[in-house]
Design a protein around this ligand. Structure first.
Ligand SMILES: [Mn+2]
Length: 229
């Protein structure tokens, strides 16, 4: 089976609990639609775990992207130009959930640091797959509908911090699977649940904010929820 989750945000225990719940094994594939790190405590632990799993594909979220840039700067901070503006960017990241990621990263040995950086830097921006006759576009988030229809105009940032118009059908014959926006903010009635409407499948249920972690099976569109509280 092929599954998708998103926005783990350091929720290692919920992630492991969900794998057990869906009986995830080596014949399955899991897509994680970004934001593995930041906010929660165990983002670095998650990355080191995921990097060893051959059947997990992580796409890039805005937090993964920023964490990579910030942690990569640590290698040679003194040599950087524009140091003052960098401090501001650092402070913004640390106060926007980056602190636990920073703290755990700096405690790693050099080999693990390199592994984390290489893994974060390997995440693609989007993917497209067909499962059981259904087509899916997968990314952390995306631009408004009009821009998405002219794909060549889209830029990386559109898929990291763009705001999807969930009330609009983007594709008639394809599902847009996304994370980034907790579903309760799309429509209050979906709080803590997966949003399946208008050919959108929004799967960030807000696990790091106390809601369950959501997971969808792309073969069947069955939804799974796990909470460790
Ligand atoms: Mn995000």
């Amino acid at each position: 089976m092929i599954y998708a989750m998103s926005d783990l945000h350091g929720c290692y225990d919920k992630f492991i609990g969900m794998l057990k719940k869906i009986h995830f094994d080596e014949n399955d594939t899991l897509y994680i639609l970004g934001d593995i790190v930041d906010r929660g405590a165990d983002g670095i632990r998650l990355l080191l775990d995921l990097a060893e799993r051959k059947n997990v594909i992580c796409l890039r979220g805005n937090h993964d992207h920023t964490a990579f840039r910030m942690l990569n700067y640590l290698k040679a901070p003194a040599a950087l130009p524009f140091a003052n503006s960098l401090i501001e960017i650092y402070q913004m990241w640390l106060s926007d959930g980056g602190y636990p990621t920073f703290k755990a990263f700096t405690a790693l040995d050099e080999q693990c640091k390199q592994k984390v950086l290489a893994y974060l830097n390997s995440f693609p921006i989007f993917d497209e797959i067909t499962v059981a006759g259904r087509s899916f576009f997968l990314s952390h988030t995306g631009p408004e509908k009009e821009k998405m229809q002219d794909f060549d105009l889209c830029r990386m940032n559109d898929f990291l911090i763009g705001e999807i118009e969930y009330e609009q059908v983007y594709f008639k014959d394809k599902f847009f699977v996304s994370g980034h926006t907790p579903t309760g903010l799309i429509d209050e009635t979906y709080r803590g649940r997966i949003y399946q409407k208008n050919n959108h499948i929004a799967i960030d249920c807000g696990a790091v904010f106390g809601n369950p972690l959501g997971c969808i099976c792309l073969n069947t569109l069955e939804e799974f929820y796990y909470n460790d509280r």
